[in-house]
Structure formats: C-alpha cells, structure tokens
Design a protein around this ligand. Structure first.
Ligand SMILES: Nc1nc2c(ncn2[C@@H]2O[C@H](COP(=O)(O)OP(=O)(O)OP(=O)(O)O)[C@@H](O)[C@H]2O)c(=O)[nH]1
Length: 373
C-alpha cells in the first residue's frame, strides 16, 4: 500500500492537496449551503435513511453531519450491493453490528430489496413510537449513491400498499409543536402513519485525503473532470495490482474458455466462433461484444501482472507496470494505436467497465478494526 500512496502523491502532488481541499475544487460552492439546509430539515425527520455506496461505506459520508445523523434514529443503506463484493460486504455488516448501528445492504433497483429496508424502517419506528400520528423518514446521502432510485422504488411500493391515496400534501410536523409545513412524501405504513419525504438530502462528501477523493470519483460521487479520468484509472489499476486481483481472473478466463471463448495465441485475441455458433438468437451480438471486451481487458491485466518481474510494493515498479497495462488495455479495448488521446480513451472505457460491475464486484474501503461510524 505504501507504493500506491507514493504513486498518488507523485501523480497528484502538483494538485497541492490538503485537508481543506487544497487547489482541487471538489464541489460547487452551493453544496455547502445545502448542508446547512439539510441540518434544518433533519430536525423534522423521525428517522433518517443514510444511503451510502456499498463499495465505499466510509468514504461516502459527510463527517460534519455524522454526529448529527448518529444522534438520530438512523438506518444505513449500503446501496449498489450488486456491485460490491459479498464476502467483504458481510464483514462490513458485522462491523456496523458491532457499532450497534442498523445497516442493510440494498439494491435500489430491486423492489424486494427496498421492501426489506422499509420493513427495518417500520420496525425501528414502531418499536419506540406508537402515539405519534405522523412519522417522517428522510433519505440523505452524498451524490450518486442512488437516493433518487431508492425514492422511486419507495414510491412504487407506497402506491401498491395504498392504492388511490394521494401523496401527503401537508403535515403537522416540525421541531416545535403546532408548526405546520408543506411537505410531500409517500405513505408506507399505517398506525402510526409513516411517510418518506420525496426529496432526498444531498450531503457533501468529506474529503480528508486524496485517496478518499479518488474512491469517490471511482464511485461517481465526484465528477471525473475534477480529478481527470487518467488519474482515476491509474488509481484503479494501482488498487487492482496491489491487491493482486487480476491474478484471480485466471480462473474466470479458463471457465470462459470452456464456455466457448477460446484465446487464439497466434492472433492474440479471443475467438468467438464457437460461442456465436452455439448461442442464439443473433440479437445477443451486443452482449457477446461486451463480453469479448471484458475478457480481453481481464486477460490484458492478468498477463501483464503475471509476467511482471518487479515488486508492486515499489513505487517505481508499480508505475512501470501501470504504464505497460495502459498499452495492453489500449489493444484490448481496440483503441487505434495512433489516437492522440489514447490514454484518455482507454481510461474512460476502462472506468465504464469497472463502474458497470463488468470487472467483478468490489469494495474499496477497508473494514476498520473498531471505531464509530
Ligand atoms: N448497479 C446499481 N446502480 C444503481 C443502484 N442504485 C442506483 N444506481 C445507479 O446509480 C446512478 C445514480 O443514481 P441516482 O438515484 O441518480 O443517485 P442520487 O444519489 O440521487 O444522485 P444525485 O442526484 O447526484 O445526488 C444511476 O445511474 C443509477 O441507475 C443500485 O443499487 N445498483
């Protein structure tokens, strides 16, 4: 890991990062104002669903608001669990359990997964509050963690539970008794009535170090243009190499060969002939094409790492390996050799594959030994 950190420092050093944000302008100014607004809105909520990205359960937080959030009734939803490594996810769930913090891995696109989250929310509210006529649940989280998708799924579940009922238009809620505010939400339960507010609170991520910023960028919570796709891709390659991940792909690549994709040593490409013959209907060709690319990318990273004579813990060696991998990826991704912006194009395509989960499930944050959430 020392090599990875050294490499980050070298490649990003000129960006003069410091805890206050340095020269990198990670977020537009108006987001800080949003944090103040959320603080006020949070006062209305009886329970908060804090959505985090399951691939970065700690990096996707707003540390300024953590004390505020943990003092409320809170359920942490680790969203995008379909993109996260289930074995490590299990460790994260244990970790949150040890911290006595309710947490549930979800997929915001899946109705059954969101239903389980709502069951937990109802349970948490009903176990303590029976008399309140109206209870409010607020969804918060940093950008791109899936808040809107979650709220959409909640909306659909609410409609099936209470068909014909209108959205709540007005409710007597607020920090002071008798204060009435216009609030829109979806009813998810009766006795007591529980509503989920239809607008999420967007939290500003806390970026205490460059690696946290890169993890957020990799997960899509920070715009690519802020750090640059090449740096993000370089970071991803460094993580994969130092963890030895591409070496595990050997097994996958072998299985795929059995599936019908044979590697043609002579022409240095995957031969899809058998696969195409066996698979029908023909409109699966797009799928086969993506599969072909993924196999090519995995093979490129596997073979460069397997043949690498250096030490991935050495900063210079790691940098050389990554440079070589950019070249191998360029071939695998079929990017014309002379493309002047080849490295940028490689980075963009490589990141797209990673973000779509095509390179396998991942968790970038390490599970802490202990400590609060
Ligand atoms: N694979 C996967 N993708 C998801 C999941 N939930 C959301 N997404 C995707 O993540 C992206 C961001 O989702 P949004 O719901 O717009 O996220 P948000 O938190 O509302 O984003 P902001 O509006 O930027 O605050 C979209 O492309 C979603 O399709 C999930 O559980 N799994």
């Amino acid at each position: 890991m020392a090599a990875l950190k050294g490499l980050l420092k070298k490649s990003l050093g000129e960006m003069d990062f410091n805890a206050g944000g340095g020269l990198i302008n990670w977020f537009p100014g108006h987001m800080a104002a949003a944090t103040r607004a959320i603080r006020n809105r949070l006062k209305l909520a009886d329970l908060v669903i804090e959505v985090r990205d399951a691939r970065i359960p700690i990096s996707s937080i707003n540390s300024d608001l953590q004390s505020h959030l943990s003092s409320k009734r809170r359920v942490i939803a680790l969203n995008k669990k379909d993109l996260a490594n289930p074995n490590i996810m299990h460790k994260w769930v244990n970790y949150f359990e040890t911290c006595k913090q309710d947490c549930i891995p979800i997929n915001a696109h899946s109705k059954s997964s969101v239903t389980k989250l709502l069951e937990l929310v109802e349970f948490k509210l009903k176990e303590v509050i029976l008399k309140e006529p109206t209870l409010l649940v607020m969804v918060v989280g940093v950008p791109n963690v899936g808040k809107s998708c979650l709220i959409n799924s909640i909306h659909q579940i609410a409609q099936s539970r209470f068909p014909g009922k209108e959205k709540m238009k007005r409710a007597t809620v607020g920090p002071l008794p008798g204060v009435t505010q216009d609030i829109a939400g979806f009813k998810i339960a009766n006795k007591p009535s529980i509503y989920v507010l239809d607008t999420p609170g967007v939290l500003v991520p806390s970026i205490s170090d460059i690696e946290t910023g890169l993890k957020l960028a990799l997960a899509g919570s920070v715009k690519d243009s802020v750090v640059g796709e090449e740096r993000i891709a370089q970071y991803l390659l460094a993580v994969l190499d130092t963890r030895g991940t591409p070496l595990h792909w050997k097994h996958l690549l072998n299985n795929r060969r059995i599936d019908g994709i044979a590697y043609d040593e002579e022409n240095k490409r995957y031969n899809l002939k058998n696969l195409k013959q066996r698979r029908s209907p023909p409109n699966r060709s797009d799928l086969v094409y993506v599969e072909d690319i993924v196999v090519g990318v995995q093979h490129a990273l596997y073979s460069t790492l397997a043949e690498f004579n250096g030490n991935v813990e050495d900063e210079g060696d790691l940098e050389n390996l990554i440079d070589e991998q950019f070249g191998a990826l360029q071939k695998a991704l079929k990017i014309p050799h002379k493309a002047s912006e080849a490295r940028l194009m490689v980075s963009k395509k490589f990141l797209t594959l990673f973000r779509a989960g095509k390179l396998g499930p991942f968790i970038l944050d390490d599970v802490p030994i202990a400590n609060p959430v």
